[in-house]
Design a protein around this ligand. Structure first.
Ligand SMILES: [Fe+2]
Length: 194
């Protein structure tokens, strides 16, 4: 079988074509996110496409991002993220829409609500707004300003599939420290691009 980025079989090409079609048919909004969610769902039901490389992580970062497809001209980004046990990431936004679906293991997704109006540079006040245990087939969708954090409280790695409206590597995002009440530019993540 032909292989594409990061050793994932060519079935990803069919998925990419379907994502292009959906994005061509639906303006950004809830129906678009629902159509994308439906299209991604089979990848959590049959996980035979998942190769061992997708579980590779960056020790400093505590998680590993494997890019499956990055559309040209600032288009959509499809990637998997593997979280090491006991690791996580601070609250952040994406500045684009996103669909995240659990594939294996268990990761805790925490939603945050911003309470201030952003008027004071470098300051942000957040409170927790909800928590979702993301396991195989569980989906979270995000609007550009939504803020979430992730942690893996379990004793084994978790793996999830992430689809974003544009490349996060090229997007200026924010990362928050709820305890300190601060906001800084989101660090650029280490990504395996295959
Ligand atoms: Fe995120």
């Amino acid at each position: 079988m032909a292989e594409t980025k990061n050793g994932v079989p060519a079935m990803i090409e069919t998925l990419v074509a379907d994502i292009r079609r959906i994005l061509g048919e639906e303006p950004a909004g809830e129906p678009m996110l629902a159509a994308l969610t439906d299209r991604l769902a089979p990848l959590a039901r049959d996980t035979s496409w998942i190769v061992d490389e997708l579980y590779e992580t960056d020790a400093n970062q505590g998680f590993g991002i494997s890019v499956l497809h990055e559309e040209e001209d600032d288009g959509f980004l499809l990637e998997t993220v593997c979280w090491e046990p006991g690791r996580g990431v601070a609250p952040h936004d994406h500045q684009t829409w996103g669909v995240v679906m659990g594939l294996a293991g268990e990761e805790i997704n925490v939603d945050w609500r911003r309470l201030d109006d952003g008027a004071e540079p470098g300051r942000a006040s957040l409170e927790q707004a909800g928590e979702t245990v993301v396991t195989g087939g569980v989906v979270k969708t995000f609007r550009p300003d939504d803020i979430h954090s992730i942690r893996n409280d379990s004793d084994r790695p978790s793996l999830s599939l992430h689809l974003y409206g544009r490349s996060l590597a090229k997007t200026d995002r924010s990362e928050f420290n709820p305890l300190a009440g601060t906001v800084v530019p989101c660090p650029k993540r280490v990504r395996r691009t295959g």
